[in-house]
Design a protein around this ligand. Structure first.
Ligand code: FE2
Length: 223
């Protein structure tokens, strides 16, 4: 029997976006663990700087693009407001930490409290918000494309090119490329209606470099 086929890609879903956020969560939790093991001030400072940059980019993406898309679809303004308030608390700690250096009174304590807040927020977000997002009628493909482009802009804006970030990016690139090949998604193959590799590899360099638009203006100041 003839089955009509749609030309529109059907396989973009909530997980196209939430998997990317989960990966960010995993990275930042890894940095918190590294900080707990770190013994010298230089290492601590590098870890803190990297974590702050990752958190700034991640929270901007959620606040500007992802939360509004989900809020428009779910009938739970309280949940969304609470998520924003938790970001606000983390943001306050983040601003204070940016002005500090290792050895300052309560530097370690402040980063530890930041880590505790972020870990709790991640747990709630992954268990509650992401499962609600799964049921949302959102144009996930369009949202994912916007998130990928905005992430690239924010990374360029924050200059996330410290030695630590570069080292980590290089390591993750190798890991992500290996797992992409294992999953049978060859390099450059569009698997989700947009280059899959950009979703997992936007910061890792797995994707075809020409697919990410160069950021041109309209970048909000990171505050
Ligand atoms: Fe998040």
């Amino acid at each position: 029997m003839f089955m009509p086929t749609s030309t529109k890609p059907q396989n973009a879903s909530a997980s196209s976006v939430t998997d990317m956020l989960r990966k960010d969560h995993k990275n930042v939790k890894g940095l918190f663990e590294e900080f707990e093991q770190a013994e010298d001030a230089t290492t601590k400072q590098r870890i803190v700087e990297t974590a702050l940059t990752e958190l700034e980019v991640h929270s901007k993406l959620e606040e500007e693009l992802i939360y509004p898309a989900i809020r428009a679809e779910i009938d739970d303004d309280d949940l969304m407001d609470e998520a924003l308030e938790k970001h606000h608390v983390v943001h306050g700690l983040l601003v204070e930490l940016k002005k500090m250096k290792p050895g300052d009174e309560r530097y370690d304590a402040k980063f530890t409290v930041l880590a505790e807040n972020v870990r709790l927020h991640i747990k709630e977000e992954e268990s509650e918000l992401f499962s609600m997002a799964d049921g949302c009628e959102i144009d996930w493909e369009a949202l994912c494309s916007r998130v990928v482009k905005r992430k690239e802009q924010l990374i360029a804006k924050t200059g996330a090119t410290s030695k630590t970030s570069q080292d980590k990016a290089s390591k993750r690139k190798k890991e992500d490329c290996r797992s992409l090949h294992k999953m049978g998604k060859p390099r450059n193959e569009p698997a989700l209606g947009f280059p899959y590799s950009l979703v997992v590899g936007v910061r890792r360099g797995c994707g075809p470099e020409g697919d990410v638009e160069t950021p041109q203006g309209n970048i909000h100041e990171m505050d």
